[in-house]
Design a protein around this ligand. Sequence first.
Ligand SMILES: Nc1nc2c(c(=O)[nH]1)N[C@H]1C(S)=C(S)[C@@H](COP(=O)(O)OP(=O)(O)OC[C@H]3O[C@@H](n4cnc5c(=O)[nH]c(N)nc54)[C@H](O)[C@@H]3O)O[C@H]1N2
Ligand SMILES: Nc1nc2c(c(=O)[nH]1)N[C@H]1C(S)=C(S)[C@@H](COP(=O)(O)OP(=O)(O)OC[C@H]3O[C@@H](n4cnc5c(=O)[nH]c(N)nc54)[C@H](O)[C@@H]3O)O[C@H]1N2
Ligand code: SF4
Ligand SMILES: [Mo]
Length: 721
Amino acid sequence: MATMQAITYCRICEPLCGLEATLADGRELIQLRPDRDHPLSKGFACPKGIAMTEVQNDPDRVLHPLRRRADGEFEEVSWDVALSEIAEKLNAVRRTHGGESIGWYFGNPSTFSYSHPLWMNGFMAALKSPHVYSAGSQDVNNRFAASALLYGAPILVPIPDLKRTDLLLMLGANPLVSHGSLISAPRIKDDLSAIVKRGGRVVVADPRRTETARAFEHLPVTPDGDAWLLLALLNVIFEEGLEDKAACAKQASGAADLRALAKDFTPESTAARSGVPAEKARELARELAAAERAVVYGRTGTCLGRYGTLTAFLIDAVTLVIGGLDRPGGAIFGAAPVRVEELARMSGLATYGRTRSRVGGYPDVLGTFPAGVMAEEITTPGPGRLRALLVSAGNPILSVPGTAVLEEALGELDLLVCIDLYVTDTGREADYVLPATTFLEREDFPLPFLQNHITPLVTWTEAVVPPSGEARQEWEIIDELARRMRLSIGSLLPQRLAYRLGVRPSPRRLIDLLLRTGPYGDLFGLRRGGLSLRKLRANPHGIVLGEHHRTGTLRRRIQHKDHRVHLAPPEIRAEIERLATEPEPSPEYPLRLIGMRELRSHNSWMHNAPGLMRGKREHAARLNPKDAAEYGIEDGSRCRIASAHGSVELPVKVTDEMTPGTVAVPHGWGHRGGWRVANAAGGANVNELASADPADLEPLAGMAHLNGVQVKIFAVGQGVR
Ligand SMILES: Nc1nc2c(c(=O)[nH]1)N[C@H]1C(S)=C(S)[C@@H](COP(=O)(O)OP(=O)(O)OC[C@H]3O[C@@H](n4cnc5c(=O)[nH]c(N)nc54)[C@H](O)[C@@H]3O)O[C@H]1N2
Ligand SMILES: Nc1nc2c(c(=O)[nH]1)N[C@H]1C(S)=C(S)[C@@H](COP(=O)(O)OP(=O)(O)OC[C@H]3O[C@@H](n4cnc5c(=O)[nH]c(N)nc54)[C@H](O)[C@@H]3O)O[C@H]1N2
Ligand code: SF4
Ligand SMILES: [Mo]
């Protein structure tokens, strides 16, 4: 057996670590190892990246198109049959109800492909359908909405300048496990440690004493209390005159209004809601204001509560007010070697609130509506009713709120098609399951992450192995489906031009064009040594474009007419008003449920890799010893957790890492799909505890309420109503 090595990068999560693949006979993946020559990950990769070999070679993978038979079982069919039938069915729906009754849900892994979202967007634009949904409303759309309000530009999202900061206040993120999100830094643990080594601090606000909190300074908080805490920080900074007056005057409009809005949120009046004692909040505010270089950063823990957009907004507002926005060591705006912002704007993708959802009236975020309205969009009669749905690289039945209701609604569709590596928990409800290639089976370019690399980097990878079985890349599937439906896709200008000229543009050509005409491009020979696809192919470990991102670019990139950060838009005023009248939690549900991520899980899709499931891993709830004693629950025993919306049964780990009054449960468990190891692992679908009611979504971005859900808990056997 001849073996060879190939260099690529991991596309499971955001650090995009370099990997070295060992192949047999040039086609079979034998092993993945960390790439020691990658300029940023430098020999680091986590267990999930290494275990991708097991996903790649998983005997449970779907390798041929599947069609549901009359008896409910799946049968293999050819691509030709599957695509012709799907095209025909979609066209029938279109003829009868219009293109606006066809929807798409794209899941988290789609973002890691450069081609899949481009073609999906083109397809949906050609159908003129508003029914585009994604994992974003369970993840990050609040962040984009906040940027739209602050900067007039939804995709202008700052990253914390870890390499130069002295004080990082981190809310609701656990990068020692998640490896960082909305920031790409493969050695993030080292970057955080380096802050402390150079005399700085990392403060981790989290209801759980997480891996990250333990390694740095833990600030215990109450779930869903971040907006109160941030307003209290602003209150102290303004009341004590600690704000960076020059920054407020130069960068922002509305600082005085923000000051007035924060006036009633004293540390004393907010302590009960935020969980942070008044003295502690005061001290933190003063330290942030006094630090030479400080930054506030928040991630999913601050996104999935009832005030996600407000919280994301306040995170940047605090950073600006202490003089840290667009400054070294603060929150900086990364640049990319392709003109991502212009591109998104020109192709009409960088939108917020341009349209509203039929159900719930939620504003679109980057052209998507909250996945939390999908079920009712399917079941609500009238024009624009959702009747056919394509799901790619997503498993909404385990990831969106109120999954039992969604599952029932999916059964009412005329057509459900899933494009995935597996028959997922969602796929088992589908009429067709189409086999997708893994990331190792496709070439790629980290288009949406370029601006998030803490050290500016650009990479390209070729496919490492040929597609297994009959697996195809998503863009090829979409292109072929569109052809059979006689749809002309192309949401980007170059794509559109090419289609008009009768050429079918490939994503690879598109990227070459964008690179060569980008800020570092070779301008087709005019700039010697500039970037082109050819140059990237010759540098498989990636090319570092500089030590740091440039600062001082914000004014130019803000899309508000006055080129200032808007600190008190009406949407935010309304949210602060809502916050001020937020009812106390109900005593019937005395505990708050939060999520957590595990090192050897990745959302819902890596529980079938035996290497990650070793050691009798099981799905469990985490509970503080005080609460355990109060509810008569012993470590290792089973409990039932109930909310107003549903209940689940799980074993309990009693641990003082939990703040009293909170329960943590990882999501993405409780499998019933076409996977043997994952199904056997058991567990429960925690999203059954979340509300399926569209009215319960966060108003500004339609964020799912998955953190801070009110629950009660019982020892199993003690009964629950
Ligand atoms: N309670 C709770 N719920 C949550 C969260 C939480 O913190 N708490 N987090 C939310 C977040 S942040 C996210 S991102 C979502 C994720 O939600 P989803 O994106 O809906 O679900 P995933 O579990 O990521 O499923 C991804 C699917 O893509 C498939 N896949 C992997 N690679 C590829 C590929 O290259 N092509 C194709 N076609 N398929 C592929 C996998 O097999 C898997 O079935 O979950 C959200 N849900
Ligand atoms: N190993 C692993 N890595 C992953 C993933 C995975 O599933 N497994 N998923 C990837 C994905 S899709 C994403 S989006 C990223 C997410 O990246 P992170 O957001 O860094 O990941 P989490 O571990 O979910 O961290 C959220 C933290 O918020 C805390 N929290 C919950 N509620 C609140 C609250 O109300 N306030 C505050 N302040 N904190 C709260 C939780 O206790 C938790 O520690 O991780 C990515 N990386
Ligand atoms: S942290 Fe792990 S899963 Fe994420 S990119 Fe790196 S190797 Fe892949
Ligand atoms: Mo995510």
